[in-house]
Design a protein around this ligand. Structure first.
Ligand code: NAD
Length: 337
């Protein structure tokens, strides 16, 4: 179950009581979210009679590694957690992925709940069961499929997001519209500003989660329809990697990727005319880049080959027929480049 409700964080204790009847709860979070929300979460859980331990690590993608994971295992063991207890991931996609992986692997699995606090985590990473940490060789290389017991989404926590992190996550929201839902795409284009977006954010989150849920239910292990969710991601991941994850955020990479793919497929006569322009305009509106940086062909090929999704001779690319309609196409890496 996925609950989307403003203010749900304040009554989390009551909600958790409905799905968990043991005592201990470990809340895993990062240093920024801890300062903003951990005290409130601890308080509501304790009011409902739970024994709570907050486990926090330094915010940021650099923390999503095996060292942090080992520290989290240690703190969970210090708390004497066992299989009958509950772990809560409170934070963005980094916390959700790392905490989910810890929950999936410690004692071969402890139940966990996701409380996503970025727009990206609310519409994407908290749903679908993918959990992982990064290796030096690449992102998300060790992971698993492990679904949370429930996802609690409180849109109010998005108020504290910086414009930059909001824009970053909006790339994924735009992606859902582009691949599956023209109405969503059009309404995103129609919102005047952050305020108007936030007035409508529950509907936006609901729409995105429903799309992800439908796709994942048809293809959990990412061999068919789930690949549609990678629209713009092959180029996006490559750009992120080429620039050492320092110049472009994930959302920015995806934004550039969506535009580049659509511009190409429109030129090839595959995609309805005017679609690339629509993508460009919506990216500009949400302060996202669309222009491909000048990258070396060999660097691009190397980055694409390193992506775990592109193992073997051929790879899958996602193209649009038009806004709201997408399909998967198989191609060779050389042709893709
Ligand atoms: P993140 O978790 O690093 O969060 C971004 C920043 O926002 C962090 O500094 C965080 O501390 C801060 N933050 C979080 N919530 C906040 C709030 N409410 N107010 C203010 N600041 C807040 O990054 P992200 O963009 O949420 O997630 C990216 C990660 O998600 C990547 O590691 C990516 O691989 C992963 N991901 C996973 C899936 C999946 O299916 N599992 C899907 C997409 C992305």
């Amino acid at each position: 179950p996925i609950y989307i409700e403003r203010g749900i964080l304040k009554k989390l204790g009551d909600e958790i009581k409905k799905i968990y009847n043991n005592k201990k709860i470990a809340v895993v979070t990062d240093s920024i979210v801890e300062k903003l929300y951990a005290d409130n979460v601890k308080e509501t859980l304790e009011k409902s009679g739970f024994e709570v331990k907050i486990i926090s690590f330094e915010a940021g993608e650099e923390s999503k590694n095996v060292n942090t994971l080992l520290k989290v295992y240690d703190e969970l063991l210090d708390f004497e957690i066992h299989r009958g207890n509950l772990i809560i991931a409170l934070g963005g996609g980094v916390v959700g992925d790392l905490c989910g992986f810890a929950a999936a692997t410690l004692f071969r699995g402890i139940p966990f709940v996701q409380i996503p606090t970025t727009i990206l985590a609310q519409v994407d990473s908290s749903v679908g069961g993918k959990v992982a940490v990064d290796l030096k060789r690449g992102k998300n290389l060790i992971g698993n499929f492990y679904h949370p017991k429930a996802v609690f989404i409180d849109p109010d926590v998005l108020d504290t997001l910086s414009d930059k992190i909001l824009s970053d996550g909006m790339a994924e929201v735009i992606k859902y519209g582009a691949i599956k839902d023209k109405d969503l795409f059009d309404s995103l284009m129609g919102f005047k500003d952050r305020e108007e977006l936030f007035k409508n954010i529950e509907k936006v989150i609901y729409t995105c989660c429903s799309i992800k849920k439908d796709v994942v239910e048809k293809d959990e292990k990412d061999t068919g329809e789930r690949m549609l969710l990678n629209f713009g991601h092959t180029i996006g991941h490559a750009i992120e990697k080429i620039y050492n994850y320092k110049t472009y955020t994930h959302g920015e990479g995806v934004a550039i990727g969506m535009y580049a793919m659509t511009e190409y497929s429109e030129r090839e006569g595959i995609t309805e005319k005017g679609t690339a322009e629509k993508i460009k305009n919506i990216l500009i509106k949400y302060n996202l880049p669309y222009e491909m940086p000048k990258v070396n062909r060999d660097d691009m090929l190397k980055a694409i080959k390193l992506d775990k999704k592109n193992i073997g001779k051929n790879m899958h690319i996602i193209l649009l027929n038009r806004i709201g309609e997408s399909f998967v196409k198989e191609t060779s890496k050389e042709d893709f480049i």
